[in-house]
Write a protein that binds this ligand. Structure first.
Ligand SMILES: *Cc1c(COP(=O)(O)O)cnc(C)c1O
Length: 376
């Protein structure tokens, strides 16, 4: 008798579609017979500067101890972060990327009877982790392209356990200022946990401290951050949350005991001392953002002003074909039809020459669409 093993999966998982990552450079090189060296990847919001030399040196040193388990409590990284953020180490939870933490939070605080609130166009991981645990996702229509915070507060019921807020949001780049987030928190019952996902906060001048200061007033707040973006360590998978010590204690029970490896711990701890790298990340991002905005304007393309290290540009009905035409020219961007944005492409901010490659390739692709030279 044959068994349908997929039917054995729990209901939420059966209905799940996997997260769609940006196309890796090696894969495009294989598919199109291109030289990987000539490929520009602006698809995963990676830091175009390459890793910090300070982080690299620490990672290399950690290699000598590969036979040992990592420090499961992440003592050094937590101490260093606690100093930087003005919190106690007991308030910190480390994750294998902040995605890990987002998933652990959902598993700790929501179940099949729970409702989890997030916004239309918000980061794809929120509905994914919600569905995986069989909770009910409540997707609140966006306002403009951003979160409608009042509508999200109004969507809270007695079943609501969690609210996810991405600030800035990926893939739209929209951001709410500190006053708006504070006013939102004030509207909520304190039994509802709010996950404030600040993966891009280091790109904003002076925003690293704002939300951390609110923790004293809003014990239902969980802030998540990452070393993947402005700190340039995406491959190592390290992120963290800041919360009350009570919430951190719960998260700590469920996370994998060694969820952050020793190379990641060493590099992340070291990079926090490389303030110069962070400043260079921010400066390169500001310059690249201005370059792309100007380029899009010259091409008569609308875009959504972004506070992240990426920008969503509206290329029209043929976005899928334009994405393909860019691939053929060795430029990888991110289609976001899966987010309900079929007319946009998301472009990560690259170095000046990478941004120029994108703009040149986009000019060619738009010309091909106009001439009916593209399939579809
Ligand atoms: C990139 C990103 C993350 C971080 O992912 P990591 O798992 O830390 O690499 C989290 N939230 C949003 C909105 C992001 O765009």
């Amino acid at each position: 008798m044959s068994v349908d093993y997929q039917a054995l999966a729990v209901a939420g998982v059966q209905a799940l579609s996997p997260y769609q990552p940006g196309k890796p450079i090696e894969e495009l090189a294989r598919e199109f017979g291109l030289d990987p060296e000539g490929i520009v990847k602006l698809a995963s919001n990676e830091n175009p500067l390459g890793p910090s030399p300070v982080a690299l040196a620490a990672a290399r040193q950690a290699l000598d101890e590969l036979c040992r388990y990592p420090d499961g409590n992440g003592f050094s990284l937590k101490s260093r972060l606690a100093d930087r953020l003005g919190v106690s180490p007991e308030q910190l939870t480390l994750g294998n990327g902040s995605n890990d933490i987002l998933e652990v939070i959902a598993r700790c605080f929501a179940d099949a009877r729970a409702e989890v609130v997030y916004s239309q166009y918000a980061f794809a991981i929120y509905p994914l982790v919600t569905q995986a645990i069989g909770a009910k996702g409540v997707c609140v229509p966006a306002k403009g392209w951003g979160h409608d915070l009042d509508a999200m507060a109004a969507a809270v019921t007695e079943r609501t356990k969690l609210i996810f807020i991405a600030n800035p949001n990926n893939p739209t780049g929209t951001v709410h200022d500190a006053e708006a987030v504070e006013a939102f928190m004030e509207q909520l019952p304190s039994r509802v946990l709010v996950v404030l996902d600040e993966a891009y906060c280091e790109y904003l001048e002076d925003r690293e401290g704002d939300s951390v200061r609110w923790l004293a007033r809003f014990p239902n707040l969980i802030i998540t951050r990452t070393f993947s973006k402005a700190w340039g360590l995406a491959a190592l998978r390290v992120g963290y949350s800041v919360s009350s010590a009570a919430i951190a204690d719960i998260l700590n029970r469920v996370r994998q005991p060694f969820n952050v490896d020793s190379i990641a711990l060493a590099a992340a701890t070291a990079v926090l001392d490389d303030e110069d790298y962070l400043q260079r990340s921010r400066a390169a991002n500001d310059a690249g953002m201005a370059q792309l905005e100007q380029g899009f304007k010259a091409l008569n393309l609308d875009f959504i002003p972004s506070a992240g290290n990426f920008i969503a540009v509206e290329v029209g009905d043929r976005a899928g074909d334009i994405y393909q035409a860019l691939l053929a020219q060795g430029v990888i961007v991110r289609p976001i039809a899966g987010y309900g944005m079929p007319r946009h492409l998301r472009v990560s901010i690259g170095l000046a020459e990478e941004n120029q490659r994108l703009l040149d390739a986009l000019t060619v692709a738009l010309g091909q669409v106009d001439q009916g030279a593209l399939g579809g």
